[in-house]
Write a protein that binds this ligand. Structure first.
Ligand code: DGI
Ligand code: FE
Ligand code: FE
Length: 198
């Protein structure tokens, strides 16, 4: 790794340690590491994946009020579902902060941060890697089918993605939260794509 890249990672790691709780910071390091591993396996740029992993939850430790306030102040759109469930905004606000505070210009990284909770149709490889790494990182313990999904992630990104979306939707349907149309749309897009391939 080039010295400059090393310095950027070091600086941003320190910045995340400052804005995150201990537990969240451990998750962040786990996602960064898992992004790097998935990038190695699936031929994506490793440094780019590390940056996306490191910054994906940079706005996670803000309370609902703060997230809404930043959106209002900076003109970021807030949907009905997001207004009722402001934690869904931490990706969008995170991408904003990544660009404006952490000086990330790479649109692909910014998209990976923005879409890491709900996904979106037609994700780039980096977006898929970040979405999946967030779910499978070593510190995650509660998700169903975790060992299967972890293995799948190193075999077939789209298959893992679809399984995660499926499990997230059934978790939400079991009464754990209101479904964001974006999560459903993402699931439907990848389910349809999968069917076409068969
Ligand atoms: O920020 P993390 O906890 O690391 O992970 P995340 O950004 O993927 O957020 C995870 C939570 O987001 C998890 O409890 C499921 C939830 N989630 C994903 N899609 C939706 C959703 N919650 C709601 N209400 N609606 C969704 O469509
Ligand atoms: Fe998150
Ligand atoms: Fe996360």
């Amino acid at each position: 790794m080039a010295k400059k890249e090393e310095d950027i990672l070091k600086k941003l790691t320190k910045a995340m340690e400052e804005v995150q709780t201990g537990k969240r910071f451990q998750h962040t390091l786990g996602v960064e590491f898992t992004c790097a591993a998935l990038a190695m396996k699936h031929d994506a740029p490793i440094f780019q994946a590390q940056l996306a992993g490191l910054l994906h939850d940079c706005a996670k430790c803000m309370d609902d009020e703060k997230l809404l306030k930043i959106c209002e102040k900076k003109g970021l759109p807030v949907s009905e579902v997001e207004r009722r469930n402001p934690y869904l905004l931490h990706g969008k606000v995170g991408a904003y902060l990544a660009k404006n505070t952490y000086e990330i210009d790479d649109e692909d990284i910014l998209n990976a941060i923005e879409n890491h909770t709900t996904g979106r149709p037609e994700m780039s490889k980096l977006e898929k890697i970040t979405f999946i790494a967030d779910y499978i990182e070593p510190g995650r313990r509660t998700a169903p089918n975790l060992s299967v999904v972890r293995k799948m992630s190193f075999e077939d990104l789209d298959a893992a993605l679809l399984k995660i979306l499926e499990d997230t939707l059934s978790f939400l349907k079991s009464g754990e939260g209101e479904i964001d149309p974006k999560t459903l749309e993402t699931y439907q897009y990848y389910a349809k794509q999968r069917k076409k391939e068969k």
